[in-house]
Design a protein around this ligand. Sequence first.
Ligand SMILES: [Zn+2]
Length: 455
Amino acid sequence: VRKAGLRMSDITLINGLILEGPHRPSPEPHAMTVISGAKLSVVNGAADSTVPSGDVIDCSGCLIMPGLVNAHTHAAMAMLRGLADDVPLDTWLNDYIFPAEARFAAPEFVYLGAKLAAVEMILSGITCCADGYFFMEQSARAFVEVGIRAVVAQGILDAPAPDAPQPGSWKERVEVFLRDFPSDPLVIPALFCHSPYLCSPGTLRSAWEMCEAQDMRLFIHVAETEREVEVIRSRYGQTPVEHLSRVGVLGQRLVAVHCVHLSEREKEMIAESGTSVVHCPESIMKLASGAAPVAGLLARGAIVGLGTDGPASNNNLDMFEEMRSASFMAKLVSRDPLALDAATMIRMATSSGARALGMETLIGALEPGKAADLIVVDLTRPHFTPLYDPISHLVYCARGSDVRDAIVNGRPVVRDGRVTTVNEAKLREEVLELASRVARDLGRDIPGERSPRDG
Ligand SMILES: [Zn+2]
């Protein structure tokens, strides 16, 4: 609505600093940003061109920036967080996670776990995530209720899966997933083949064809461990990326997660094919998988986003921490303090993540016409004081709890550190109720929880 040359707004942010994105990579003094509906209509405009007709958010002492993009997670695994730690990946998956999932991963489990994780993510400034797991229409429903943007990828395995108990029945599961997927601008469907060692070439190829037909992204864990590289080499006589190339799934549609153990040739193949990579530094450090060659991939022009991986292998969903860990890990392994500098980390956690998910025209930077997905970071706290360089502080000092407000698609989902969309206390009760059933079944105690004989 225009009135006498003045724009009417839904939400107006005033004051503070703003970091707009790669087109303006330095923080600048902020006058006024206007959100009209789901979109940004003014980004750091003059303070007198609009009548703040709706909600006015004063950002004095704060920094406004694009919402963080968590380009890889398994949100529902929040229900299994802390179940097993300090073990190798094979043991973790085969002795703990797969058996627990076989028993418990059901629609309610996925819905509640994803909802809990979505609340954790939005409170720490993640406005968009890429999620991969089972019963994923449930995850999509949870994300819509919380109000977080997401690429929601249905998990695919050759072996029986919790939502596809007959071996090879994943195609029927994908049909159900697509049929029941909520129609909402916040969520986009995708597919997620677990890995080249748990998905045959035929499965990879069929999943890729479905993605082609429906214009969806295809996610896959690739070259996560040395053991995986050995298995793929013994089975197919090639390295994992060469194998994916021969199967015909390498390219812009593919999002390759981890990519820890790559040959020089594989790095070239990833960059040349336009395949996106997602780096999950804390997960691969915790499982001692190795150090992903991120600087080498970036030097070749590859698109590399940043992800937390699932909450059972990290164990939190904090992209500020992830930026810091990625930078520190790169510096340590290269013995180069210039490796993955703070500005690079912010790009990876915002605009590069958006590119990896194929959403760069919508999110990842603050520009008029783009979706109003932004966060407000409170810079008045002791660990930000004094503030010589906001970019340095965002990567090396900030934590998720420094996020004061988060807006997704024009909707304020976090205000003053509280989620506005769901009842957190009720959600916590529902999660604890389900978790106590999981714990009882596994013969584990939840410390502090009353046992039945306490009455
Ligand atoms: Zn993963």
